[in-house]
Design a protein around this ligand. Structure first.
Ligand SMILES: [Zn+2]
Length: 327
């Protein structure tokens, strides 16, 4: 399905100008801070101050680092990473950090040039760099995100688990004194994620086969659909920055009516009207379409809620989808 708008193309071209991507896809992480090829090894006072971008990256580093790290996330609940522009206090936090971890694959589209700058002076890691440098066959390259990988890898729990392993090695290299502790913490977290992955497979398999269609505000669930077996359609593209394409919306609306798809889903970090716009026209055509609930696509839930953790976010999404599509 083709729906690359002029803006989407402009966005991609803009990114290409900022960071050279294309056939070669250079790694985004820069773990050599001094530019002379010396590995950057932590020599300061504990805990290591780590600044992360999204909540899911922050949780990963906190779980692996344990007591040896203090983790801060720049993006709180409901914050859209595609549109996030750091303010002065965020840049200040990044400057004061001992190490920086971010998602990479251009999820943090407006911070790319800042990470390139930060990497010259400190340990700066994209948690997806290992997937990219290994050319992991599970990475998605949607045609409308030309030349780039889909950054929403955390929705495939097994893929995210591999990022967890990579980050444990990044931390072990940065702070060799605690390498064993990092690897031990990683093993505990990875085994929790294995259970979570199985939960997702089991729950989605319970949805009747002809109803396994996931329609959301933007294309964040491509990995989720691929690994757990759902067809996925987003009203907007890979980045929320893209405008909604009305012709594309019409096609999705017709499909909902023809295939009697029972529900569509709102995303926590995207205005609900994006998806709610589908409901009335479908009802006018005699199909009682429901909003199946709110999914956490790119940001964790509110502090104190179950969805404020990565496993909680994924479980919530799976339960919400399974319930609404099975009803
Ligand atoms: Zn997204």
């Amino acid at each position: 399905m083709k729906y690359a708008s002029f803006r989407a193309v402009a966005y991609v071209v803009g990114l290409l100008l900022l960071v050279p991507v294309g056939c070669s896809k250079p790694p985004e992480s820069h773990s050599h801070a001094d530019g002379e090829g010396q590995p950057n090894v932590f020599a300061g006072e504990y805990p290591i101050l780590v600044v992360c971008t999204t909540g899911q990256v922050a949780e990963m580093v906190a779980r692996i680092g344990g007591d040896h790290v203090e983790v801060k996330a720049l993006m709180g609940p409901g914050v859209d990473p595609h549109l996030f522009r750091p303010i002065a206090s965020d840049v200040d936090k990044l400057h004061r950090a001992d190490a920086i971890f971010y998602n990479g694959l251009h999820l943090e589209g407006r911070m790319s040039d800042l990470f390139v700058k930060m990497a010259r002076r400190k340990a700066t890691y994209a948690v997806t760099e290992g997937l990219q440098s290994r050319h992991d066959s599970r990475l998605r390259e949607p045609p409308e995100f030309e030349g780039m990988y889909d950054p929403h890898v955390w929705h495939d729990v097994a893929l995210w688990s591999d990022c967890v392993r990579d980050v444990a090695e990044n931390l072990a290299a940065f702070d060799p004194r605690h390498a064993e502790a990092y690897r031990a913490n990683m093993e505990v977290y990875v085994s929790e994620l294995e259970e979570l992955h199985q939960f997702c497979l089991d729950e989605i398999a319970k949805i009747p086969a002809d109803r396994r269609v996931l329609i959301t505000a933007h294309d964040a669930f491509g990995y989720f659909g691929k690994v757990y077996g759902l067809e996925v359609f987003g009203l907007k593209g890979i980045s929320t920055e893209e405008e909604k394409d009305l012709a594309h919306q019409d096609i999705i609306q017709q499909m909902i009516i023809e295939r009697k798809i029972p529900a569509v889903f709102v995303e926590s970090a995207v205005a609900p009207r994006t998806i709610e716009a589908l409901v009335e026209p479908c009802r006018d055509a005699g199909h009682d379409l429901k909003v199946g609930g709110e999914l956490y696509a790119d940001a964790l839930g509110e502090a104190g809620s179950e969805e404020n953790t990565y496993t909680g976010m994924i479980r919530h999404n799976v339960r919400t989808i399974a319930e609404a599509l099975t009803d």
